[in-house]
Ligand binder design. Structure first.
Ligand code: AMP
Ligand code: MG
Length: 491
């Protein structure tokens, strides 16, 4: 009897709508194969939701797609062109080390970008090597999984392969490629690129494409570009409020790192805040605190103003009128953001109804936390389980006073204590990816090839509202250290 090996269909179902945009928006690119790909982590759950076969993805053929050594059926690899304001300065950028393979149409009919990050040089690489190192790609994998678990819109990580080659950063490091999945990779910076170097027709093609892809509800009316601006502002206001509510600090909120879909993108020097302090910065290059925790809403508004400027030719034939429309839309950001933040903060405190004093109740708590250097996540976690004894701040007179006011406030709503507790549990994560835990996982993986630490961490952070026993271990703070935690951009 002859044995026949049936090749399992991997399930790639790619379209290339972005490649149908005017040529100016991308450069077609061939693959730049790597020597010795080794799959080190695969996101099974995500793979299945994309309609991909996990077993087939792990085969040599499957892995060679993640390595950029082989194209999946239907792929049309390209590097996207974009510009951006980096720390306030306008620059031409583009995918300098990424390739869009195409858009996977999922079994549910969703369209998502499949992108290789670290796949080699492109015309947009400038001085860079087009490659990525293993630690930062695993870090992006961990943080994007954490964000997903927290219920925050984010790009996702499908797989990481080691390339078997080294990349030179401050030191020599193992190279890696991350396969990233996104609603799209279109950035505020993509619009800046179109406005700066494209014709109005090309800009309009991009805007219409984004409307089609992300804002189908807006329709084709003449005022659609103003509606697009307003919707992007709305989604960003929701997104940034979610970041603030969990203490996420992006670290490099340049306009090229802000999507028009409303997903968090480009996890570089990002980290979660420990001690509550609006001035918290982790990135080693953010010397002036432009992207500090407390400044993120302002920066989002600044970035959105850059977005609005790009749309001016589409908003109105009369420039003054267009500017007024854009300014009006941008001025809504502050209220939209505040409303989202306030609603989220009420939920964190178990409050269902609205009272005018709520904002000051919240601000008072935050002030006390800042004064006493209380841990942001653990304070809300302790309030949730009503175990207000472990944290030093809880013994202070100020806090005791605040606690009484809070309890009285909870008494002025119809919902039961139990409902309040449930609301708090679903609003206050029991765990976040603590910096020392992330470092520990990366060190085990990168230095010792041991992925078990990372896998355990992923399991714990993927369901941060579980309040399980195992999570408690991950809620403990690091030993006090002489040097503040620093994150780096050299990825
Ligand atoms: P990022 O800091 O990852 O948001 O990247 C900012 C810009 O630098 C983008 O245009 C990237 O494509 C580019 N870039 C980052 N690292 C590299 C690299 N190793 N090689 C080429 N381009 C890079
Ligand atoms: Mg970027």
């Amino acid at each position: 009897m002859t044995e026949t090996k049936v090749k399992i269909d991997t399930g790639w179902n790619l379209d290339n709508s972005y490649a149908r945009l005017p040529k100016k928006f991308f450069t077609r690119q061939s693959l730049d194969p790597i020597r010795e790909p080794r799959l080190v982590i695969l996101n099974n759950k995500l793979a299945v939701s994309l309609g991909l076969n996990v077993q087939a993805l792990q085969s040599n053929d499957g892995v060679s797609v993640f390595a950029g050594n082989q194209l999946p059926d239907g792929a049309l690899p390209l590097a996207q062109a974009y510009a951006g304001h980096q720390f306030g300065h306008f620059t031409m950028l583009g995918d300098g080390r990424a390739l869009l393979l195409g858009e996977q149409i999922t079994p549910k009919g969703k369209r998502v970008d499949i992108q290789l990050k670290g796949s080699g040089r492109t015309p947009y690489s400038r001085g860079g090597d087009g490659r990525a190192s293993l630690g930062p790609m695993l870090r992006e994998y961990i943080i994007s999984e954490a964000m997903k678990g927290l219920g925050i819109p984010t790009t996702e990580s499908l797989a990481v392969v080691e390339t078997g080659e080294t990349v030179v950063r401050e030191t020599e490091q193992p190279g890696a490629i991350l396969t990233r999945v996104a609603a799209s990779h279109i950035r505020v910076g993509t619009f800046e690129y179109a406005a700066q170097w494209g014709t109005v027709k090309e800009l309009q093609a991009l805007a219409d494409y984004v409307l089609q892809r992300h804002y189908i509800g807006i329709g084709v009316d003449e005022d659609r570009y103003l509606l697009l601006l307003k919707e992007v502002i709305k989604r960003q206001a929701e997104l940034i409020a979610k970041w603030q509510l969990v203490g996420f600090i992006h670290g490099v909120m340049n306009t090229d790192n802000m999507t028009v879909s409303g997903e968090t993108i480009d996890y570089g020097p990002c980290a979660f805040m420990d001690t509550y302090d609006p001035a918290t910065v982790f990135s080693s290059i953010d010397i002036h605190g432009r992207y500090a925790y407390g400044n993120q809403p302002n920066i989002a508004a600044w970035n959105l103003a850059r977005f609005a400027e790009t749309l001016l030719p589409l908003l109105h034939d009369n420039e003054d009128q267009a500017v007024r429309m854009a300014e009006d839309a941008i001025s809504d950001f502050a209220d939209l953001y505040n409303n989202n933040w306030l609603a989220g903060m009420r939920a964190k405190l178990g409050i269902f109804n609205e009272e005018s004093q709520d904002e000051s109740l919240i601000e008072n708590l935050l002030n006390i936390m800042q004064k006493h250097g209380a841990d942001y996540t653990n304070t809300f976690q302790a309030l949730t389980v009503d175990k207000v004894s472990d944290i030093e701040m809880f013994d202070t007179e100020e806090f005791i006073q605040w606690y009484k006011l809070w309890k009285a406030r909870l008494g002025r709503q119809q919902e039961s204590k139990d409902s309040s507790h449930k609301l708090m549990k679903s609003s206050n994560p029991a765990v976040i990816p603590r910096n020392h835990r992330v470092e520990e996982a990366l060190e085990a993986a990168v230095k010792r090839g041991d992925y078990s630490v990372m896998e355990r961490l992923l399991e714990v952070i993927s369901n941060p509202y579980a309040y399980s026993q195992e999570q408690m271990e991950y809620a403990t703070l690091p030993e006090p250290s002489a040097c503040p935690y620093r994150t780096f951009c050299g990825t």
